[in-house]
Design a protein around this ligand. Structure first.
Ligand code: OAD
Length: 253
């Protein structure tokens, strides 16, 4: 893939970039996406049975175990070249804001600091009644499925993720929207751009005059609206982009 010169100019010239990632950036680490045909989680499971407060109320054991299964998958994977390229990008652009819809913690594992997690974190636990964080040692030591909450007599522990029908953490969403409105370049990586409000961040940035770039092997609702769409896997395209930024030109030319 050749990186167009105007994109390189925009990348070199930007000082306040925002990168927003989705499940696609973790696909090359071996974590399934949600909507890819056949392999996506929502192609194999019904979100309404597993990722809503109603599902948890109806069958807390099933929902807890499903998230435990996903947590166990995470213990076997590590960040990939795409996550690492974003750490490198942050070294070149110290004002970079990294926003993710992912709950897997792989950006932090790669070394990215101050990641805005729009949909929470699967490696953390909260009380379903109060929303208060629950210590992981307490979760590990409890023999119950799911563990009873230490914060409320009628509460259960649940994963600290945002479920369908729930509000996003207000602080994270406000920070992400502020960054999107103020950025000079918005890079959308590995997201199908269909889940709101995350999908609107790129449009907000574009409306405010930022250069909008998409990295995704497939077409999404953002593709036609973006200034540049780089069709390919994040694990190869992102390192190329960062190399080109470092060398001042696309090293493949
Ligand atoms: P999706 O599964 O909807 O989309 C994943 C995107 O990644 C698709 O557009 C793929 O084409 C793309 N993709 C696949 N492999 C890739 C690769 N190697 N490099 C780059 N892109 C690749 O996942 P999200 O957009 O993250 O929310 O989904 C958004 C939200 O919907 C998730 O956070 C989750 C889900 O339901 C909640 O659970 C609240």
């Amino acid at each position: 893939m050749i990186i167009p010169d105007p994109l390189l100019d925009a990348l070199r010239g930007c000082s306040r970039p925002v990168v927003m990632t989705g499940a696609g950036i973790s696909a090359e680490s071996g974590i399934p996406t949600f909507r890819d045909a056949g392999t996506g989680l929502w192609a194999r499971f019904r979100p309404e049975d597993l990722a809503t407060p109603q599902a948890f109320d109806a069958d807390p054991e099933l929902v807890w175990n499903w998230y435990q299964w996903r947590r166990e998958q995470l213990s076997e994977v590590s960040p990939n070249a795409g996550h690492r390229a974003l750490v490198e990008l942050g070294r070149h652009k110290p004002l970079l804001t990294l926003v993710t819809q992912n709950v897997d913690g792989l950006h932090q594992a790669a070394g990215s600091k101050q990641v805005i997690e729009l949909h929470g974190s699967i490696v953390k636990t909260i009380c379903h009644k109060t929303g208060k964080p629950v210590d992981e040692r307490f979760v590990r030591q409890s023999g119950e499925v799911p563990p009873r909450s230490p914060h409320h007599p009628d509460g259960l522990c649940r994963p600290a993720v945002v479920w369908f029908g729930e509000a996003l953490p207000a602080g994270a969403l406000n920070q992400a929207m502020d960054a999107a409105r103020r950025c000079d370049l918005f890079l959308s990586v590995g997201t199908s751009s269909v889940v709101e409000p995350a999908a609107s961040l790129a449009l907000m940035a574009g409306d405010a005059g930022a250069c909008v770039v998409e990295i995704n092997p497939a077409e999404t609702p953002l593709t036609q609206l973006a200034d540049f769409a780089l069709k390919g896997p994040a694990g190869s395209v992102l390192p190329k982009l960062v190399e080109a930024l470092k060398h001042g030109s696309d090293p493949n030319r």
